[in-house]
Design a protein around this ligand. Structure first.
Ligand code: ATP
Ligand code: MG
Length: 154
């Protein structure tokens, strides 16, 4: 599907409201594709009240969210190998009440969890305000809100 920023944010809000923890969502796409915009929208929907600055340097940010959930926002752009993940507490991620959003998930390689969503964002040529979005389900992650189910009046 092809979404403008308002639509992408509305969808992200809906994902955050609806998704049950534990959940792992990889967000991929080139620099500036909108991974952080979508992560913030999911966070807002999940009830994160704090601003969500980019975790580009700090790698992992955690936020309390609604319904006893914790939102974990990770950016793996700067890691050199999956081995670097152990220092981030990777093995405990998405164990219990966490919604884990990971930018550049391919950097985690074989350490990605079996059950996950992958949302891929791409910039169509000549349409600067639009993004092509593909959603892939890998294994058996909890249900993800579909864009077609997002209420229009939100
Ligand atoms: N349809 C759209 N959806 C999302 N963002 C859009 C859209 N159209 C334009 N934009 C703009 O694209 C930019 C996306 O920036 P963002 O920081 O989310 O990218 P990113 O994928 O996280 O990049 P990085 O790899 O550097 O972390 C924002 O400036 C946003 O306003
Ligand atoms: Mg980003």
């Amino acid at each position: 599907m092809r979404l403008d920023e308002t639509e992408l944010v509305r969808w992200g809000n809906h994902i955050g409201q609806a998704i049950k923890a534990p959940a792992f969502i990889g967000l991929s796409g080139e620099l500036g594709a909108g991974k952080s915009v979508l992560a913030r929208a999911i966070g807002t929907g999940a009830g994160v009240a704090a601003p969500m600055p980019s975790p580009s340097y700090t790698l992992v940010h955690r936020y309390p969210a609604a319904a006893g959930r914790t939102l974990v926002h990770i950016d793996l752009y700067r890691i050199n190998s999956p081995d670097d993940l152990w220092e981030l507490g990777w093995s405990q991620l998405a164990d219990t009440d966490e919604i884990v959003l990971v930018e550049w998930p391919a950097r985690a390689g074989f350490l990605l969890p079996e059950d996950r969503w992958l949302i891929e964002l791409a910039c169509p040529v000549g349409l600067p305000g639009m993004r092509d979005v593909e959603v892939r389900r890998i294994g058996s992650p909890p249900e993800l809100a579909e864009f077609s189910m997002v209420p229009l009046d939100q």
